[in-house]
Ligand binder design. Structure first.
Ligand code: PMP
Length: 401
């Protein structure tokens, strides 16, 4: 029956790692996937995660029973507080519903399924560009995707005027996906003042914000600062919104698939109905989420000492990424790379959007064994001080070729 089946479409980001693995050249450098690496180029398990995991497995109360469909209740509560803040009014009024999900992707997908089933407007606005899975997730559930301008190619910064003008003309009720911090792939975030202007349009046009929080703590190194945009929106009178959270990056729990979906609504009564509808979506999809990763995250969020230790490690990761921006910038300057590369220092979070063309990216990969997405996104978290010079050399060569 499957003789004529088409091969599945290759994932633009995950496929990079496959090709990278097969490359035998010792100079190879993987800046494709957004995963943190140490200075030695190795994956990092946070100390705090090792400690929390040890505590979880040695706790005699730990078992392998099913979780409820909505997941680990304590994990959900702590995740909600981490994002919205403990003193958030909607949280205190019990009108934010949170369910544990299969990391950020699972939260986005569950949220998208919920919107497709229970939200009248079928239009979703994504930033141009955005993380590629946003498009496929919303398309998969039958929602129609449009883009709002986001990246200004010339300045390699935010196209704020374009963004505002596109949101102003979005049909009333449209869903708008917003990266709360460390925008992927551009590394360009609105300032707080710009967020305020975006909020005004969202309120005026009655748009529904769907925040994607995959990098809380990774942009500034501070968990509260990186939640400022979400908290500003959440506090607006009459605000309803969705939030997808991931602990892949900020706790380094990539493969444990730990995340949460929250829906802020207008009353506790509506919230409990929304929770019922989320359960109805979860039950036939995966029934209930896995226990292990969420238990680790809950332990870190609950335990005061571990929480403090986590903040230090998180700031350490964010700091190393910032140092890599500086190192790459200096190496490019040293090699007199044509053009102004100061945007590397201004962009924030895990990625830098270099503005390299597809042809230049291909040269980077084929000739120099540097792996990046074909839109020119590099993961700064994959770079080390010892390789910054090599990367700068490859960039200069690709530009001049
Ligand atoms: N949203 C964005 C913008 C991301 O960059 C990522 C991770 N690449 C995610 C969501 C979710 O990732 P995960 O499913 O691994 O939590």
């Amino acid at each position: 029956v499957w003789e004529d089946i088409e091969p599945g479409e290759v994932d633009p980001i995950l496929s990079i790692s496959d090709v990278w693995k097969a490359d035998a050249d010792p100079k190879k450098l993987n800046l494709g996937v957004g995963a943190y690496r140490t200075e030695e180029g190795k994956p990092l398990v946070l100390n705090v995660v090792r400690k929390a995991e040890q505590a979880v497995v040695s706790d005699p109360g730990t078992n392998k029973e099913y979780l409820p469909m909505t997941g680990n209740a304590e994990f959900c509560q702590l995740s909600r507080e981490l994002a919205f803040g403990k003193s958030s009014t909607p949280v205190q009024e019990n009108r934010v519903v949170t369910v544990q999900t299969l990391s950020g992707t699972g939260a986005l997908r569950l949220g998208a399924e919920f919107l497709a089933a229970h939200y009248p407007c079928k239009l979703v606005y994504l930033s141009d560009p955005s993380w590629p899975s946003h498009l496929t997730i919303f398309n998969k559930v039958g929602l129609q995707v449009r883009y709002y301008r986001y990246f200004h190619a010339e300045s390699k910064g935010l196209d704020f005027q374009g963004l505002i003008s596109d949101l102003c003309s979005a049909p009333q009720g449209s869903v708008v996906v917003l990266h709360n911090c460390a925008h992927n792939p551009t590394g360009c975030d609105p300032t707080l003042q710009q967020w305020r202007a975006i909020l005004e349009i969202v309120v005026q046009r009655q748009l529904l914000p769907f925040f994607d929080s995959a990098y809380q703590g990774f942009a500034s190194g501070d968990l509260d600062e990186d939640a400022a945009s979400l908290r500003m929106f959440s506090a607006a009178p009459g605000m309803e919104l969705l939030l997808a959270q991931s602990y892949a990056k900020n706790m380094g729990l990539y493969g444990e698939r730990v995340g949460a979906l929250s829906v802020q609504c207008l009353s506790k009564r509506v919230g409990s109905r929304i929770e019922g509808q989320l359960k109805a979506l979860i039950r036939p999809m995966y029934s209930n989420p896995p226990i292990h990763g969420a238990a680790i995250a809950a332990k870190i969020l609950r335990d005061k000492d571990l929480y403090e230790e986590w903040k230090v490690e998180l700031a350490g990761m964010a700091g190393r990424i910032k140092a890599m921006r500086q190192a790459l910038y200096e190496e490019l300057q040293r090699r007199k790379a044509p053009g102004d590369w100061s945007f590397i220092l201004r962009q924030i979070g895990m990625f830098s959007y270099t503005g390299l063309t597809r042809e230049q990216c291909e040269i980077m990969t084929r000739k120099h064994h540097v792996y990046l997405t074909m839109e020119g996104r590099i993961s700064m978290a994959g770079l080390s001080a010892s390789r910054a010079g090599y990367l700068a050399e490859a960039i200069v060569d690709a530009i001049k070729t």
